[in-house]
Design a protein around this ligand. Structure first.
Ligand SMILES: Nc1ncnc2c1ncn2[C@@H]1O[C@H](COP(=O)(O)OP(=O)(O)O)[C@@H](O)[C@H]1O
Ligand SMILES: [Mg+2]
Length: 317
């Protein structure tokens, strides 16, 4: 394996990673979001003030939530900039740890471009947050890994953060739409806080089942092969291979893509013109260090292998 091959493989895979798969599950999310955005823009144009609404996206780790929201927000930012709304219409950040009222406020201020020391009171920080959101005409604030609002802080902190989010959404002068994405525990937060839930549209990225999605994933694999300019061999076009990919990906759409890209990278590294099952076997092994007997691309009864434990570690970013 020469250095040239490695550099080339890295470049080509980086290009493939930049590609966003517009899966059907993306549609309800995109629609939900454009309705929110349109409502808000109409209010601004007509000088009306009504409460902003929000959107919550839940799903297992690796489902593709962050990728989908990042793609959606980039599109929307561009659209809003083209329409003359400026380039700071959407702020996006990961919920910090610890998720205290003060720390979340501080991170938000930093994302707004106004870092501030920790020696201030929470109420002072949030006053500034509200001020700058309005000043900079921010329409949406997105918090990723929003389930961490509940897991790290105390119950009291969770209540104060959610009530602050509601305050932002109902601001009498400049209401801001809140977008939350996170694992299924995010739903617990919303179930717990009905006032917040009432203002949020919710979308869930369901897990895939090998039986129902094996075929779908084969289509995806073929598309990636085309992009990658690799010919798929027969052994990766069998329905059972699609099912193996879904299962190895712990039924998560995003992880299935990662597995396919890993296999493609392996094929590049071996200077191949085709993609075959051995690329999947090696790619899975490289990522998990699992022996062949735990490799779902090797064993016949692959359904007995628990893929989630293997992947869940690294997917929490
Ligand atoms: N629609 C998509 N198109 C291309 N790649 C995707 C897509 N969705 C997910 N991925 C890939 O899957 C990985 C995991 O998805 P991610 O969005 O981080 O999952 P989640 O946020 O739900 O844990 C991402 O790093 C990305 O490489
Ligand atoms: Mg994520």
């Amino acid at each position: 394996m020469g250095n040239d091959l490695i550099t080339q493989a890295a470049q080509r895979v980086a290009e493939l990673k930049a590609y966003f798969v517009d899966h059907e599950r993306f549609v309800p999310l995109a629609e939900g979001f454009s309705i929110l955005a349109e409502k808000r823009l109409v209010d601004i144009q007509t000088g009306r003030i009504s409460e902003a609404q929000g959107l919550a996206l839940s799903g297992h780790s690796g489902a593709g939530k962050s990728a989908a929201i990042t793609h959606l927000l980039a599109q929307e930012r561009q659209r809003l900039a083209d329409q003359g709304y400026g380039d700071s219409t959407i702020i996006s950040l990961r919920v910090p740890s610890p998720a205290t009222l003060k720390f979340v406020g501080q991170m938000l201020l930093r994302a707004l471009g106004y870092p501030i020391g920790a020696d201030r009171h929470a109420w002072y920080i949030w006053d500034l947050v509200q001020h700058h959101l309005k000043e900079r005409r921010v329409l949406f604030v997105h918090l990723d890994e929003a389930q961490d609002l509940a897991s790290r802080g105390t119950k009291h902190e969770l209540d104060s953060v959610t009530s602050m989010l509601k305050t932002l959404m109902t601001d009498p002068e400049w209401p801001v739409g809140i977008i939350l994405s996170g694992t299924n525990e995010l739903e617990d937060i919303l179930n717990h806080d009905h006032q917040l839930a009432r203002r949020m549209r919710t979308v869930r990225f369901e897990s895939l089942s090998p039986a129902a999605y094996g075929d779908d994933i084969l289509d995806l694999l073929e598309n990636y092969c085309e992009l990658a300019q690799l010919e798929p061999e027969d052994d990766v076009l069998e329905l059972s291979h699609g099912e193996r990919v879904v299962h190895a990906a712990a039924n998560q759409f995003g992880i299935a893509i990662v597995l396919i890209l890993d296999a493609i990278e392996d094929a590049y590294l071996h200077g191949q013109k085709t993609l075959n099952r051995h690329n999947f076997i090696r790619a899975y092994h490289r990522r998990t260090s699992c022996d062949a007997e735990f490799n779902p691309f090797v064993v016949p009864d692959f359904m007995r292998i628990h893929a989630r434990q293997v992947f869940s570690r690294e997917n929490r970013t």
